[in-house]
Design a protein around this ligand. Structure first.
Ligand code: ZN
Length: 289
């Protein structure tokens, strides 16, 4: 499932490819892509508008439109947002197409059909809670962007104190707390910070909070630098795979030696999600840790 680095990679590419292009058509091949809006209404609101910028909020690709609205795309499990030209070969599992006046287009391909598109007010996407408008069709309220200036060590410590009884790993996955971190990067970050995934947020000592704060930013930046991680489905806006999967230290590596201490990595389930950790350098007890 695409997380912050994968979505950021797509957004950066699309910034080069679609900004300044005018939308000339929209077609949906799967009615739920635009729900609750029927595709016809969706098309009416998009056609004729120019894309003025491309960004990312949490795990959403944000295509800014003239007039203060944005088309946001949730890739969910298997969604791909592919920039194509008239001469490009067909793609499989295309669910929607955004066509531009010059004959190029964006294909939204999605095997599992969980991906969605929505048109929102750009103020909906703000990190400032009071600026959010009440109705936000796809994302509800999203937390802080972990690569923004707002994500300080202090604000992170305050979040952990507020949610002190929550296990740290599921808390990192909570999009209302921190937007964009998913299972893979959470696993890598807590390994780097040498923290057990079941530790409660409130049990982290200041040094561990500082290590984890640094680790979250470090793994996300590294993920972006390597073009995201392609385990199964993810490809970027040009259809190319990322390379971050080769850089994982613990994710998907049960039974392999921990790169730091050599002990075999174990797989467990925390908060309903599969997780990987080193039983030696990520200990459950803070007394021994
Ligand atoms: Zn280890």
């Amino acid at each position: 499932m695409p997380e912050l680095p994968e979505v950021e990679t797509i957004a950066r590419q699309l910034r080069e490819l679609v900004v300044g292009r005018r939308i000339s058509e929209f077609s949906s091949l799967w009615h739920r892509v635009t729900e609750p809006l029927p595709a016809k209404h969706f098309a009416k609101r998009l056609v004729g508008r120019e894309i003025t910028g491309v960004g990312r909020r949490g795990k959403f690709v944000v295509l800014e439109l003239d007039g203060g609205e944005a088309l946001i795309v949730s890739l969910r499990m298997t969604g791909k947002l592919l920039f194509r030209e008239a001469s490009s070969p067909e793609d499989a599992y295309v669910r929607a197409v955004v066509g531009f006046a010059d004959g190029t287009f964006l294909r939204f391909a999605d095997t599992r059909k969980f991906g969605r598109m929505a048109i929102v007010d750009v103020r909906d996407l703000s990190e400032e809670p009071h600026e959010r408008v009440a109705h936000a069709p796809l994302h509800g309220s999203l937390g802080v962007e972990p690569l923004s200036r707002r994500f300080t060590r202090r604000s992170f410590a305050e979040l952990l104190a507020r949610r002190g009884r929550a296990a740290i790993k599921p808390l990192l996955l909570d999009q209302r707390a921190i937007a964009g971190v998913g299972n893979i990067y959470a696993i890598e970050a807590i390994w780097r910070a040498r923290i057990h995934p079941r530790r409660t947020a409130g049990s982290l000592r200041p040094l561990e909070v500082a290590r984890l704060h640094e680790a979250i930013k470090w793994v996300l930046r590294k993920g972006i630098r390597f073009g995201g991680a392609s385990r199964r489905d993810y490809v970027d806006a040009r259809g190319n795979a990322g390379r971050m999967q080769q850089e994982f230290n613990v994710y998907g590596r049960a039974g392999e030696p921990c790169p730091r201490c050599g002990r075999a990595i174990v797989r467990t389930v925390v908060g309903g999600r599969g997780t990987f950790n080193c039983p030696r350098c990520q200990r459950a007890s803070i007394l021994r840790g």
